[in-house]
Design a protein. Structure first.
Length: 95
């Protein structure tokens, strides 16, 4: 993995270009599909884009490699909390 390319992707994220960061992390993952750091950063980019399903998928893949990572587990909880908070508590039916 090229250090310059990795720093460029980090800059995309820090500048708020989460879509480009996500695309770039996906590209880096093609050569390093089990890299938990790339997976976690992809998940964070997806979260910022409100792509919660993709974010969880990336975080869970990272968790398979680093199951005790507090960062990964906290990120999973953060996404779950965000999704749960946006869901209605009950459904009503109009008759």
């Amino acid at each position: 993995m090229d250090e310059v390319e990795l720093n460029l992707v980090k800059d995309y994220y820090l500048q708020g270009d989460y879509s480009l960061a996500s695309q770039s992390y996906e590209g880096l993952l093609k050569n390093n599909p089990d890299n938990p750091y790339l997976l976690t950063n992809l998940g964070s980019s997806c979260f910022q884009e409100q792509e919660y399903g993709k974010a969880l998928n990336s975080f869970y893949k990272a968790k398979k490699v680093l199951p005790r990572s507090k960062t990964i587990n906290n990120n999973i909880q953060l996404v779950n909390d965000k999704v749960t908070a946006s869901q209605p508590l009950f459904f009503s039916y109009n008759f």
